[in-house]
Design a protein around this ligand. Structure first.
Ligand SMILES: *[C@@H]1O[C@H](CO)[C@@H](O)[C@H](O)[C@H]1NC(C)=O
Ligand SMILES: *[C@@H]1O[C@H](CO)[C@@H](O)[C@H](O)[C@H]1NC(C)=O
Ligand SMILES: *[C@@H]1O[C@H](CO)[C@@H](O)[C@H](O)[C@H]1NC(C)=O
Ligand SMILES: *[C@@H]1O[C@H](CO)[C@@H](O)[C@H](O)[C@H]1NC(C)=O
Ligand SMILES: *[C@@H]1O[C@H](CO)[C@@H](O)[C@H](O)[C@H]1NC(C)=O
Ligand SMILES: *[C@@H]1O[C@H](CO)[C@@H](O)[C@H](O)[C@H]1NC(C)=O
Ligand SMILES: *[C@@H]1O[C@H](CO)[C@@H](O)[C@H](O)[C@H]1NC(C)=O
Ligand SMILES: *[C@@H]1O[C@H](CO)[C@@H](O)[C@H](O)[C@H]1NC(C)=O
Ligand SMILES: *[C@@H]1O[C@H](CO)[C@@H](O)[C@H](O)[C@H]1NC(C)=O
Length: 674
């Protein structure tokens, strides 16, 4: 077996080779039916890619760039109660500002020390590249020493590192070491480090006896590969080659998958626990208090109980889903858990941000996300034919803050997908390629499709051939559900369904608490499904979408809404203690596109329409969002003030009154800030 990770320099070599192969073979392979290679880029992306007729993966991904505008579908979902418009990822407002980014390697050096898994011995050995050591020392005379530090999880969900342990060539790593930081230094100077690195090791644990590979009794493995903030629109825009891969045989895209909450936490809570944060707090425990997350019935507990091995990995430890303004876990949640190593690497290795990055792009010699993705690869390599596994491998680092960044990482992510394929994972396992939501800020929000962008995360499910053969009705339902409304709660139930498949005699597991009508995507979704049926709050629902308005006329709405708030305050006899509000600026105004209207070519049928406006007032910079009926001839605004959302905290703005509802709209004169 090769080294556990493909090093950047190797990736470059691979991609250079692929590029050369394509340039050389493209003209010959595309003969009479195709225009010259130069125009190949403009051909539509075919959505059926049968792997049986596609022996070589390298070819199809090489030339994809742009979709054919004439072949674009009109809807992701077009059902009686739900019309989610399809968005051209290269629409006019996008191409005016969007530029692809270029991949940058974190290091041009090969690895000085590589942990290599010796399949025969089922042990890791640490191999030192002596040629490279000599080159780095610029001398054969100077001696050097290599060491590793074992990284262990600490009870506070951080890490402890053990003292340096020196080793020699092809050292066999003890079985208890699951993560390490290593390096080599001049023998006469322990701070003259030639190179350092960090690795998670997936040490083999023998499976429990009695596991069956017979399809009817088999427990399907499931790997979940996640990229934060990546909408299905932006995936098509920034990672067309990855998108193409995800349209291959066995892959299904839930094109009507709609997020249920704003940011990562609610969306992952729904997938992993079946609860909204609010219900989890009421029904389970307050996840802000220490120990609560350990008690929460996360999906990995059910997988573990069904004799799966489990893994959880997330990069960028500062914003980890269960640690950012939350206490994290007291007990290690899964059998394999990246966090200690990621934290150790972040603090012990050099880190680097690319010019366009807001988070660390490199940790040590590799991309910040590679530690999570490599754990996925190693975990799969170790177990995929041995025993059932479940894992979630999540990256925030490159995609969270800039919608363009995934384009920089396209080939890098594609390579992980191709590796899963060449490692045989797609023969065995269910794979889910997913995101939590789309971009939530930045220039992309000002596109007409900004509303859809933030609400429609990528969601692709792969079923291996044996599973499709064993459960053809599930594959058919999933195929149908590609164009039906679905949500995180359905996905949660699907995970539970997968666990139940492997334990046919077990009791049914509890399903999504917050969506009684949700069910596994292996059963057909109702044609008349509404957002309410799918547990999607009205604000996030894209079935009756809103479209971002530009220009001046929509700016007349917000001031009228503010007048209504002021009238409300005076109606409540609060004008003497609450400030009279006035507009600071308008964040955005959107118009609702009714089921019988066309998002792309919106014709107004009457003077009144439903609008949503989000604005800031001057008083203490309070933010509000209102959904109103506005008549743009008479300028009449119809709005129930108590339905207007206050978007920031009112806690320090309304100490002069007690009523919960009034507090949302009252900025006390006594609390006014300059
Ligand atoms: C496909 O690509 C691989 C390298 O990735 C190469 O070894 C193989 O020969 C190619 N197969 C065909 C049919 O071109
Ligand atoms: C790697 O090599 C390229 C080309 O020589 C150079 O532009 C880049 O800065 C190098 N990267 C690092 C991290 O040294
Ligand atoms: C060892 O390092 C040398 C010098 O960087 C490099 O050319 C060679 O490919 C490396 N060997 C391996 C097995 O990676
Ligand atoms: C040891 O190496 C460090 C880092 O390269 C260097 O700054 C320091 O001067 C060296 N010390 C000696 C005694 O050579
Ligand atoms: C755990 O699995 C056993 C059988 O393997 C089952 O009886 C039990 O109900 C399961 N517990 C939970 C919480 O799923
Ligand atoms: C309004 O408030 C004033 C004093 O703040 C009070 O005198 C008056 O009775 C209130 N009116 C009503 C209708 O509550
Ligand atoms: C509140 O402010 C608006 C202008 O923003 C003004 O027209 C109105 O008279 C003010 N109302 C009071 C009660 O001060
Ligand atoms: C009224 O709204 C429609 C869109 O519904 C818009 O096209 C039109 O310009 C608006 N009319 C005025 C007078 O602002
Ligand atoms: C305001 O509330 C009334 C009664 O609840 C309702 O009929 C009306 O449609 C609401 N208006 C808006 C704009 O939501």
């Amino acid at each position: 077996m090769g080294p556990p990770s493909l090093r950047p320099i190797h990736k470059w070599i691979v991609f250079c080779c692929l590029f050369v192969i394509c340039v050389v073979f493209l003209p010959q392979q595309r003969t009479n039916d195709a225009p010259s290679p130069k125009f190949k880029a403009l051909l539509p992306v075919t959505t059926t890619l049968d792997d049986s007729e596609d022996p070589n993966d390298s070819f199809p991904y090489s030339s994809i760039r742009v979709q054919d505008a004439t072949a674009l579908p009109l809807y992701f979902v077009e059902s009686s109660q739900c019309k989610i418009p399809y968005v051209d990822p290269f629409g006019a407002d996008t191409v005016a500002v969007y530029k692809r980014m270029v991949y940058e390697p974190c290091s041009n050096d090969t690895a000085l020390v590589t942990p290599i898994y010796d399949v025969g011995r089922q042990r890791y050995v640490l191999h030192i590249n002596e040629t490279l050591a000599t080159r780095l020392l610029q001398s054969r005379e100077i001696e050097y020493n290599c060491y590793y530090q074992e990284i262990k999880r600490s009870p506070s969900d951080g890490y402890d590192s053990v003292d340096r342990k020196y080793f020699s060539q092809d050292y066999v790593v003890p079985l208890h070491v699951e993560a390490l930081i290593l390096g080599c230094h001049r023998i006469d100077n322990t701070s003259h480090i030639l190179q350092s690195d960090a690795y998670t090791l997936v040490q083999f644990k023998a499976p429990q006896p009695g596991l069956s590979l017979e399809p009817s009794k088999r427990k399907p493995s499931l790997l979940m590969f996640g990229i934060d903030s990546l909408s299905r629109i932006n995936l098509r825009r920034t990672m067309p080659k990855v998108y193409k891969f995800l349209t291959g045989r066995g892959w299904y895209e839930l094109q009507g998958y709609n997020k249920i909450g704003d940011n990562t936490f609610p969306n992952l809570m729904a997938i992993l626990a079946g609860y909204s944060p609010e219900s989890a707090k009421e029904q389970v425990c307050d996840w802000k208090t220490n120990g609560c997350l350990d008690e929460t019935p996360f999906i990995w507990k059910y997988f573990k109980n069904a004799s799966y091995l489990t893994a959880y990995a997330e990069d960028e430890s500062g914003i980890n889903t269960f640690n950012y303004v939350k206490p994290g876990f007291n007990e290690q949640p899964t059998d394999y858990y990246l966090r200690p190593l990621q934290k150790a690497a972040e603090s012990d290795l050099d880190t680097w941000k690319c010019a366009d990055c807001s988070m660390r792009y490199c940790i040590g010699r590799r991309e910040t996300s590679s530690y999570a993705y490599d754990l996925c690869k190693e975990f799969a390599r170790r177990y995929v034919v041995e025993q059932p596994i479940w894992g979630l491998f999540w990256s925030n680092s490159f995609s969270h803050d800039d919608y363009r960044m995934p384009s920089k990482m396209e080939d890098y992510v594609l390579q992980y997908m191709l590796d899963l394929k060449s490692d045989g994972v797609l023969e065995q396992s269910i794979v889910i390629f997913l995101s939590d939501h789309g971009s939530r800020y930045g220039e992309i929000m000002y596109f007409e499709s900004g509303f859809l962008e933030s609400r429609l995360p990528s969601m692709f499910i792969y079923l291996p051939p044996w599973f499709r053969a064993q459960y053809p009705e599930y594959a058919r339902a999933l195929e149908l559900n590609q164009h039906r409304l679905t949500s995180n709660y359905d996905l949660h139930n699907t995970l539970k369904h997968i666990i139940e498949l492997g334990s046919p005699d077990g009791h049914p597991l509890p399903k999504s608490y917050d969506c009684p009508k949700c069910h596994s995507v292996f059963y057909p979704m109702d044609e008349q499904r509404t957002c309410e049926d799918a547990g999607i709050p009205e604000h996030y629902c894209t079935c009756v979408p809103y479209k971002r308005l530009s220009g001046d006329w929509p700016r007349r709405i917000a001031p009228r809404v503010i007048e209504r708030i002021n009238e409300y305050l005076s109606g409540r006899n609060l004008s003497s203690i609450c400030a009279n509000l006035s507009l600071s600026y308008i964040h955005e105004t959107e118009i609702r596109v009714a089921l019988d209207q066309n998002f792309h070519d919106l014709q107004s049928t009457s003077d009144t329409a439903v609008y949503r406006t989000m604005f800031k007032v001057k008083q203490n910079s309070a933010d509000f969002r209102a959904t109103v009926v506005f008549n743009n001839i008479t300028e009449a605004v119809d709005v129930n003030v108590t339905s207007i959302s206050r978007l920031d905290s009112y806690e320090n703005d309304a100490t002069c009154i007690a009523d919960k509802t009034d507090k949302l709209y009252c900025i006390c004169l006594s609390n006014l800030k300059e």
